[in-house]
Design a protein around this ligand. Structure first.
Ligand SMILES: [Zn+2]
Length: 100
């Protein structure tokens, strides 16, 4: 794993899975804390290359555990935590920033 890849991941401000706004300065265990996730877990043959690394919120990273990104996204949709499939190629709106 290259340091530049890690820095790159931690610059990401949107969770790869649920789309929530991320904050690398948030305290450990906070929902919005930026964590680095392997799309394909190392224990399932994933690598430490940039292509396999994404930023995820604390909550998603804990729940994803040994699932692949595809399996986890399917689970989020099944249980309704992703209401609509957002376009992952375009800019996403950080949901945590919504203020009433
Ligand atoms: Zn998330």
């Amino acid at each position: 794993m290259k340091t530049s890849d890690v820095v790159d991941v931690y610059k990401t401000r949107i969770c790869h899975y649920c789309g929530i706004g991320l904050d690398p300065e948030a305290p450990r265990g906070h929902l919005c804390r930026t964590t680095m996730d392997h799309k394909v877990p190392l224990k399932r043959g994933g690598s430490n290359t940039r292509e396999n690394l994404v930023a995820a919120c604390w909550s998603c990273n804990c729940r994803k555990n040994r699932k692949t990104a595809e399996e986890f996204l399917a689970l989020l949709m099944k249980i309704g935590l992703i209401g609509t499939l957002r376009d992952r190629s375009g800019p996403a709106k950080p949901r945590a920033a919504r203020v009433r």
